[in-house]
Design a protein around this ligand. Structure first.
Ligand code: NAI
Length: 396
């Protein structure tokens, strides 16, 4: 079938298998161009099919020759309807890994559930024995709690008072003011239940209980801080409470891994266009200004560049892992530099629908958004029929 992008707000209903394959190949090429990493050999990535998780899987496999198991929640295709991008990314990843003789298997299902945890444990037992790196990179709007059965929904809202600021509709380029009402009732608890650290700790607990973590195993989850501009809706909002919880969980996990000399870290990453971040109001405008500045300065990075730097310059240097005063790894350092942030604060005041094409990188935002779904890649012929029925080879 000929597959075209069909946008609905901040999602795209279609995705292109060949474009997703190109996306994965480009990331692999980048990792190979940066040379080998003296890193992990057996890696479990939870949330492995898109964004930072996919980049972590690619970096592990093609930077460090690691065997990888990827867990994700994606839609397979049906005749006439493409699958989700993470499905096609994972299919392409497995093909490329196999070409190089690298072990790669994937599990598609709800990582929050006991069933998927059990399937993953069984696969590790059967194939890999013990894991030396666990990446936790889930971004989900809902979680059915495996013990209580309650379905929690996360919300992206300020706490205490209404937040009003500028935002941009990245499809039209129209900058407008948006007001977001404060959270209510159990919104904070629910958001913490979905995006906080409880499930991360549950994964590590079961892996440890079954003796599936190697001595000195490391686990890393991803967080975000961002500037004061977005603080009310991000870091001091409901999602920020979840990130606080995730960051606190790293210390609890490190304690629980003492006998194995294992460690848990949170890495604070840069704001990037992913399916998760495009759903957050105000962030698209911030990102388009950020991209413009960071590209001009020659310090722009995407997910793959970020994770390559995380592995190469932070996690696997052979020296102690550098952290901030709260124990967090910082690869948002270039985004958060005073120079970049001062420039953004000025541009933010100037941002209007008319000024944005000049002062921001809306084009770059749109391009990245299209790329998430496998569209807009050079070398892909979007006018010829593509086979939508692509399978992930390890998933029967
Ligand atoms: P993403 O939307 O690209 O990836 C989410 C992954 O989670 C996908 O592999 C998806 O299949 C998987 N997933 C979602 N629900 C699942 C479930 N129930 N069971 C199994 N897998 C499931 O998101 P992104 O942006 O890469 O986010 C990953 C982490 O990085 C999140 O913790 C996010 O807060 C954090 N982060 C994101 C930043 C950004 O700007 N995008 C910046 C800094 C941190």
């Amino acid at each position: 079938m000929i597959i075209e992008p069909r946008m609905r707000g901040f999602i795209c209903l279609t995705s292109h298998p060949k474009g997703c394959e190109q996306n994965v190949k480009n990331q692999i090429k980048y990792i190979k161009s940066k040379g080998p990493i003296n890193g992990p050999k057996k890696v479990l990535v939870i949330g492995a099919s898109t964004g930072f998780g996919m980049a972590s899987r690619i970096t592990s496999a093609f930077g460090s020759d690691a065997a990888t198991i990827g867990v994700f929640f994606e839609k397979p295709p049906v005749q006439g309807r493409p699958g989700s991008p993470g499905w096609y990314n994972s299919a392409a990843f497995e093909n490329e890994a196999k070409k190089e003789g690298l072990y790669a298997k994937s599990i598609n299902g709800d990582a929050f559930s006991n069933e998927i945890k059990k399937q993953t444990l069984d696969l590790i037992k059967a194939d890999l024995g013990q894991i030396d790196l666990v990446i936790y990179s889930l971004a989900s709007p809902v979680r059915v709690h495996p013990v209580t059965g309650v379905m929690h929904r996360s919300v992206l809202k300020p706490i205490g008072s209404t937040y009003t600021n500028k935002t941009v509709d990245f499809h039209t380029g129209i900058v407008s003011e948006i007001s977001i009402e404060p959270c209510q009732g159990d919104d904070i608890e629910n958001t913490v239940a979905v995006m906080g650290g409880e499930d991360w700790a549950m994964w590590i607990d079961v892996l440890k209980a079954e003796n599936l973590l190697a001595k000195g195993a490391t686990t890393v989850a991803y967080s975000y801080i961002g500037p004061s501009l977005t603080e009310a809706v991000y870091r001091k909002g409901t999602i920020g409470r979840a990130k606080d919880h995730l960051e606190a969980t790293a210390f609890a996990i490190t304690d629980s891994l003492k006998s194995l000399e294992g460690k848990a870290f949170v890495s604070v990453n840069k704001a990037l266009v992913t399916q998760a971040s495009s759903a957050i109001p105000v962030i698209p405008l911030y990102i388009s200004l950020l991209y413009k500045i960071m590209k001009e300065e020659g310090i722009h990075e995407g997910c793959i560049e970020q994770i390559q730097r995380l592995f190469y310059d932070r996690l696997y240097t052979g020296e102690e892992i550098p952290t901030d005063d709260k124990g967090r790894i910082r690869i948002d350092d270039w985004e958060m530099s005073a120079e970049v942030q001062e420039k953004i604060a000025i541009l933010w005041e100037e941002a209007t629908s008319e000024a944005l094409p000049e002062i921001g990188d809306l084009q770059g935002y749109k391009q990245d958004f299209l790329n998430l779904f496998g569209f807009g890649f050079e070398g892909v012929d979007y006018l010829t029929d593509a086979n939508e029925m692509v399978g992930v080879s390890s998933i029967i």
